[in-house]
Design a protein around this ligand. Structure first.
Ligand SMILES: [Zn+2]
Length: 435
């Protein structure tokens, strides 16, 4: 990036809300079912089939808004966005353009250099997902495309940021932080690989010091955090080369090709006018009151930034350690549960971050599925701390715990050791040959 231009990046992030049923009918939202096995006249858009709004989707949209510090709107409304494409048999999408459920809000990111930045949100609105087109190389005719409507009308929120992001790295960090916060709020698994979190990036360049935005391109089809950064980086470079060559950037939608590492033109970008939005006549306005909002606010857990600050202050952890341990609500809960059993914050943190998270990453599992209960890990750290076993023996016992799911005490018993735990573990050392 030359010093002549400044990138202006705004992200539109679509997140599946993890409700059991779809947004306007009672079909299942389960991922991965046989094509068109989770459909009904409403989500297939049959004429005369009337939608009715799933309250669980509303609850989760409001929870997301609260977790992101938005101003929740007590009166919101649905609109129709008209377009013709085979993934939407109704030929319109139900969304919220004019009166969305949330306004404002923000996301604060921390980069590896320990700097934090806050990016403001414009809005969050509720909408339905479209179906999925499958192009037929692997099924039926290679010249055909097939439609799977299982995803049609799965509830989404779209989180729209202000165009305040200035680098590809910050775009990635913003996405990662959104995922952390929304997982804390319990509204989505935000899995980019499975498409439950998707991102469209609006990218433009302007001369440094210039206030007016340049022409933007919208980049789609990034299915991982890394690809968000790569795609935005590529797009910045592409536009810079056009401008440097005296050319003009076209307003268009471009698709990211992760294999080739480039963006390709998909269509010239529409403006809102092209969709002829109008209020949805089949759904009443969404009206909620302070009680509804406050009740949900009380159900939110402590959020990652506050928890991170508390871990640093109360447990004396470094920024990096507190960041890692609060980057997943389950890590943070696990860690605090272990501390209840043995209150040595730094020692327990080290075991969680090194040995345990290594297993979690190897197995690609939840921390609670790594076969070691928080109390057992605490017990192990305590045994090492008391000098009953060495650190090296601790690691060997840890490996047996992962294998068997047993506690350190169980492992001692299994080796027919004496009743005194300390003695038992001391003599246990004889059973471990050096590796
Ligand atoms: Zn349905």
């Amino acid at each position: 990036m030359s010093t002549k231009y400044e990138p202006v990046i705004g992200l539109e992030v679509h997140v599946h809300l993890n409700t059991k049923s779809k947004i306007f009918c009672s079909c299942s939202t389960e991922f991965g079912g046989q094509a068109n096995s989770q459909v009904c006249p409403v989500c297939m858009g049959f004429p005369g089939a009337l939608p009715s709004f799933n309250e669980e989707a509303l609850r989760k949209a409001v929870l997301a808004g609260l977790a992101l510090g938005c101003d929740i709107q007590k009166y919101s409304r649905f609109d129709r966005k008209n377009y013709f494409y085979p993934d939407s048999p109704k030929a319109f999408q139900i969304t919220q353009l004019f009166m969305p459920i949330c306004l404002g809000g923000s996301v604060t990111i921390d980069n590896e250099r320990g700097e934090s930045k806050t990016f403001n949100l414009t809005r969050i609105h509720i909408e339905e997902d479209a179906g999925k087109l499958i192009h037929g190389e692997n099924l039926g005719s290679a010249n055909s495309s097939y439609v799977d409507l299982n995803r049609s009308s799965v509830p989404l929120i779209e989180i729209v940021s202000e165009p305040e992001i200035r680098s590809a790295e910050d775009a990635r960090l913003y996405m990662q932080k959104l995922q952390i916060i929304l997982r804390y709020a319990g509204v989505s698994d935000c899995n980019m690989e499975e498409g439950s979190m998707r991102c469209d990036a609006n990218v433009s360049l302007r001369h440094i010091g210039q206030e007016k935005f340049g022409t933007r391109a919208e980049v789609k089809n990034m299915n991982s955090f890394r690809n968000v950064q790569r795609a935005v980086e590529y797009e910045i470079k592409r536009q810079e080369e056009i401008l440097e060559g005296g050319g003009v950037v076209r307003q268009e939608t471009r698709l990211w090709d992760a294999t080739k590492g480039i963006t390709m033109p998909m269509r010239t970008k529409e403006d809102a006018d092209d969709y002829r939005y109008y209020p949805e006549p089949d759904l009443p306005p969404v009206v909620i009151d302070d009680n509804y909002i406050n009740d949900l606010r009380s159900k939110l857990p402590e959020l990652p930034d506050s928890r991170k600050a508390r871990f640093m202050k109360d447990f004396g952890l470094s920024f990096a350690d507190a960041y890692l341990l609060t980057s997943d609500i389950d890590y943070a809960n696990y860690y605090e549960e272990a501390l209840k059993a043995y209150n040595e914050p730094k020692k327990v943190a080290n075991w969680v971050m090194s040995e345990l998270l290594r297993i979690v990453n190897d197995k690609v599992c939840n921390i609670y599925q790594a076969n070691i209960a928080p109390k057992s890990l605490a017990e192990l750290v305590q045994l090492i701390d008391s000098g009953a076993i060495s650190g090296k023996q601790g690691k060997e016992i840890f490996a047996l715990m992962v294998e068997s799911g047993k506690t350190p005490a169980d492992i001692v018993k299994e080796h027919n050791m004496a009743s005194s735990k300390k003695q038992a573990l001391l003599s246990l050392s004889g059973n471990f040959s050096p590796r």
